[in-house]
Design a protein around this ligand. Sequence first.
Ligand SMILES: Cc1cc2nc3c(=O)[nH]c(=O)nc-3n(C[C@H](O)[C@H](O)[C@H](O)COP(=O)(O)O)c2cc1C
Length: 206
Amino acid sequence: MYFRPGTHEEAGLSFSPIKAIISPRPIGWISSRGEDGSINLAPYSYFNAISEQPPMVIFSSAPMGNSGHKDSIRNVMETEEFVVNIVSSALGNAMNITSGGLPYGESEFAAANLEIADCETVSVPRVAASPAALECKLWKVVELPKPDNADAGIMVVGTITGIHIDDKVIRDGKVDVTAFQPLARLGYMDYAQITNVFSMKRPDTD
Ligand SMILES: Cc1cc2nc3c(=O)[nH]c(=O)nc-3n(C[C@H](O)[C@H](O)[C@H](O)COP(=O)(O)O)c2cc1C
């Protein structure tokens, strides 16, 4: 099978398969604060680490047509800060609740019954129950190129300025992901948990 983006139905596929092909994807559970002081929390699986030095991450939002930006994007543009909270398997249901479209200013922390914890380098709160959280400052908002006859998404690039890790998931000086089983996004409505980890030595290391 071969087809061009946007023509999957003509190829016999009900849904675009791109997200299923590029999977698993980590979930950036983004907390942010607006200039009015309101707080927001929402999952983004167009999310990843993009550099170790400087330590940087991106997340991106689907276009919203004429209705402006998603709340997370609006807040990051206003206050230039955000936090990436890591989603353990145990937090999967709460994460899903926070993907609901609440009116601007209504807190998804409250809707999902999540306790808030403070950060050090940003005024944005984090999810207290997350096994790890990355405090981030905005570097750039990138408007993605507009396709013909369609709107374009928008990408946030941020620099990590502080790192929280729950001491319970550190074993022998390393983060043990099997202790919290990070949730990953697959295609469609599907998810995966990381439960089985193995190591491979690179050829040029001892
Ligand atoms: C696991 C998961 C991943 C998601 N990833 C994205 C994403 O990468 N980009 C996006 O625009 N929406 C994504 N969504 C949908 C947003 O979470 C949803 O539109 C949410 O209401 C946005 O909230 P906000 O307006 O408070 O930022 C995702 C939803 C789920 C459940």
